[in-house]
Write a protein that binds this ligand. Sequence first.
Ligand code: DP6
Length: 331
Amino acid sequence: MQTQKATAIAHPNIALIKYWGNRDEALRLPANSSLSMNLAALATTTTVEFRSDLNADSVTIDDAEATASARERVIAHLDRVRALASINTKTSVISRNNFPAGTGLASSASAFAALTVAACAAAGLQLSTDALSRLARRGSGSACRSVPGGYVLWDACGADAGDEDDCSFGRTIASPDHWDLRDVIAVVESAHKATGSTEGHMIAGTSPFQAARVASTPERLERCRAAILARDFPALADVIEQDALAMHAVMMTSVPSLLYWRPATLAVMQAVRAWRTDGLAVAFTIDAGPNVHCICPAESSAQVERLIRAIHGVERTLTSGVGQGSRLIPW
Ligand code: DP6
């Protein structure tokens, strides 16, 4: 083993067409394809070092020892890398997020994208971006979309493709500079969410609406892709709101029911619709939590920030442009 230590940086992404539910939980093969943009202003930086002096893996996140469940998930991912590199050396993992404390935006996407890129390089593996994305998917589904840059489509490969690991990974459909969109995040609650995405994916199929959502996703995905390629904001606005609401309809009607919204979540959603009616280019999307991601062209972002901050219940805003893919950095 030549290289033993490497550091990588990765950005989280916001899904414009959502991933919700897996057709294979172990391989994290999604029920449907999804599409996202990387968020340049938010980043995870992770250093992985293979060390023969260690007899157990050590995992530090934001200067504290990782919780048992986070540690277990990181070690399972390191084991995938070790198996590929045919090594069994223990590692030290040190990961830091630049997300301002208390914004409730911790992201498994940037965490597993940075971990994959750093661990593979440290293990001396030379993998293509596609292969790194495919591997990151096994750690966290959305992480496969944080490996390539810009606007990224994660192909489910179609349920017809069977449980094939090979063809399901993220690919760039447009570079960050193709369209200068911003995500103005309205933080309405900073606490950790009650039910995480991993548990949510597992119960998605209990909603009578999941099958309809999955069946109708290809049409929305195509509309979203076309809107991005044509830089057509009105078309993008319609489709991303529809897709986010379809996912939340599934969440709300799952067993058990997942109701992530707070009163301020709905206040921001309704305000965004009213501002759009008045001619302001802005649309909302929401992940598995109460914070609202307000997507807008760069020209509208200052006004969108000002308006959002005036809404009762919004703690703060955070704005990001479109980010690059995961990459190694000097250490
Ligand atoms: C609502 O990728 O966090 O953000 O694969 O279990 O790590 P795991 O789930 P995760 O799910 C993301 C769900 C979502 C929608 C999306 O990002 O597409």
